[in-house]
Design a protein around this ligand. Structure first.
Ligand SMILES: *Cc1c(COP(=O)(O)O)cnc(C)c1O
Length: 366
């Protein structure tokens, strides 16, 4: 059994993917070729965001969005400590300071009732992360941001394709970013990412930042990066995106299967999804007080699992050394870090495999 079965997915779309990649090879347009433009149009149509720009990774996407908003030294960005490192890493890389706000118990997303107490005169942005594929309470976050003159930048690396109040993730804020890392809900065959925005001005700036700050060939307006997406990755994504809605449905059915199979087990807490959200289930993550025991038990039986994430970001060395945080600073995130366990999840898990995982967890819970 695999945690994410990428081979089965490739076999299902093999003809289309091979053909799309072959076309790039035949054209020889490896950088920012037609497949990339096509993908950007498709991403905008799919999310509803007026502007979509591809880039080399979800990490670059974060840097592009923050930099386009001129976030840098002296600024503060409020974000969650319970996310992948890149979220806070890119805030810090711009020279700004990530300010960690604790998460809420139900879905481990930003606790919006705790955001305002983190706002200072230096705060410039709020960066919510749609953890495990579920967007945050974006309306409430937007309201707080408006009141204090802040921008919202959604890190949708895990929630691309999800919706909140019938609107798609990546179109819920001024700026949004996503990742197409292979194991993400929509993944390519290498690194890839995208940024989304509501204004042409930001789009143009990010387009330039993505390509060494050029506004014309060898005319550099900004300090940028080489953050371009390969045409080969775009070709893969165009094919996979055309099947993605169907996959989201299947992922939800798989999640329902887990919910049903694991409901009411002593010591196992299944994930909660709020009513206004459709998740893409980047992870199906349960909570268990004896997480180590459960993980070891499943590993011995050949079931792959993962911990997202074992250490909240305020406890990681680069953020710990600033002295602002210590053990106990953000208790909900810290407790979750010791209890979460992600189970095999993708559109290609076989019913028999899922049954096996459920049976094993039921046996463990007894
Ligand atoms: C995966 C991920 C990223 C980084 O994306 P890459 O494409 O791997 O650079 C950033 N933020 C979150 C929340 C992620 O899950």
């Amino acid at each position: 059994m695999q945690f994410v079965n990428l081979q089965a997915q490739y076999q299902a779309y093999k003809n289309e993917i091979d053909e799309a990649m072959q076309q790039v090879l035949d054209e020889g347009s490896f950088i920012l070729g037609p497949a990339v433009r096509e993908l950007e149009e498709n991403l905008s149509l799919f999310t509803g965001a007026p502007y979509a720009l591809s880039c080399a990774s979800g990490t670059d996407a974060l840097w592009l969005a923050l930099t386009a908003w001129d976030i840098g030294p002296g600024d503060e960005v409020i974000t969650t400590p319970f996310t992948f490192f890149a979220t806070a890493e890119m805030i810090a890389l711009t020279g700004a300071t990530p300010v960690f706000c604790d998460v809420r118990e139900s879905d481990l997303n930003l606790d919006v009732t705790k955001i305002e107490e983190k706002i200072t005169p230096r705060t410039r942005a709020i960066m919510p992360v749609g953890l495990y594929g579920q967007p945050c309470e974006m309306d409430k976050i937007e309201k707080i941001a408006k009141k204090h003159g802040l921008v919202v930048i959604e890190d949708a690396a895990q929630s691309f394709g999800a919706s909140y109040k019938q609107k798609r993730s990546c179109n819920l804020s001024e700026l949004a970013t996503t990742s197409f890392f292979p194991a993400k809900p929509l993944g390519c065959y290498g690194d890839g990412g995208a940024v989304f925005c509501q204004s042409e001005k930001l789009y143009k700036k990010m387009e330039s930042l993505r390509n060494h700050g050029q506004i014309a060939r060898y005319t550099h307006e900004y300090i940028g990066i080489n953050g371009r997406m390969d045409s080969l990755q775009a070709a893969v994504l165009n094919v996979k995106l055309s099947h993605y809605e169907k996959e989201i449905e299947v992922r939800n059915a798989v999640a329902q299967g887990y919910n049903k199979g694991l409901a009411g087990l002593a010591g196992i807490q299944v994930p909660e999804v709020s009513k206004e959200v459709e998740s893409v289930w980047a992870q199906y993550t349960v909570r268990c007080a004896d997480r180590e025991g459960l993980q070891q038990f499943l590993t011995e039986k050949g079931v792959p699992t993962a911990v997202h994430y074992p250490k909240p970001l305020h406890m990681q060395t680069p953020f710990l050394v600033c002295g602002t945080y210590r053990k106990g600073s953000l208790p909900v995130a810290e407790k979750a870090a010791g209890e979460v366990l992600s189970l095999p999840m993708c559109a290609w898990i076989k019913p028999s495999e899922q049954e096996e995982v459920i049976d094993l967890i039921r046996a463990f819970a007894k």
